[in-house]
Write a protein that binds this ligand. Sequence first.
Ligand code: 5EF
Ligand code: ZN
Length: 263
Amino acid sequence: GAKWSYNGPDGEHNWSCNYPFCGGAFQSPIDFQTHLLRYDSNLPPIQVQNYNLSTNEQLTLSNNGHSVQLSLPSHMYISSLPHKYSAAQLHFHWGSSNQLTGSEHTVNGKQFAGEMHVVHFNSDKYPNISMAVDKHDGLAVLGVFIAIGEFNPAFEKFFKYLNGIKYRDQKIQVPAFNIHALLPSHLDEYYRYDGSLTTPPCYPSVLWTVFRRPVTISQKQFLALATALYASYAQESATVPLHGNYRKPQLADNRVVLVSFKD
Ligand SMILES: NS(=O)(=O)c1c(F)c(F)c(S(=O)(=O)CCO)c(N[C@H]2CCc3ccccc32)c1F
Ligand SMILES: [Zn+2]
């Protein structure tokens, strides 16, 4: 599809020129404002299966020019939703080395340093993510806020390889590890709403689950993520740093955000 970026002429204000859904309804991310929230006691704790991958499995770590993504095997899945949602990939959104504001979702206007998304597709109804990505019940994404704090050994399992994928379309194989360790504590506390992909083509196909609690990574780990990657190809002379890859909050319109916690 047509190229897009997070700033300049191909930036988010022009995405809808080539990607009409980006100008449509049910867009993500949104700001979780207290007055939009409604407690729902029927929201069960998120349960995931087979996230504890064995180290003799290998995952593909790649720089797709928009984010760093880790491929995930489809035997990993979410079991607590109305349909089975199998894992496809996880990726990140972040600010820049001196901007600890790179999350997509925000809480009463507060932006976290970054955000991780674990993308799943409805494998009860669709054979793969490409068939699911534009269907209203196609995707379920788990969102995890990233804050600066303690060093995080789980993130280090692949952060240490970032220098192998500095440029767009570079990819390497990394040993698999326990993906559950990337999730925050308290999987029973989350925001839930119907939204979209936060990148073109912005299909309104995502059941969003954003956990209330952030995970932490160290300042050094964040700097590695924020400074290691380029959106440009290795052979290009003009390098384009890959940072600030987050979409601004979209209009909630009259969407209600359900929360699984009372406070
Ligand atoms: N924030 S988000 O969760 O909406 C989201 C992204 F932010 C993002 F960057 C990507 S991507 O594939 O890395 C690059 C552009 O699609 C995807 N990729 C998804 C969407 C389309 C697709 C197809 C195959 C595999 C993954 C994806 C995504 F779902
Ligand atoms: Zn994302």
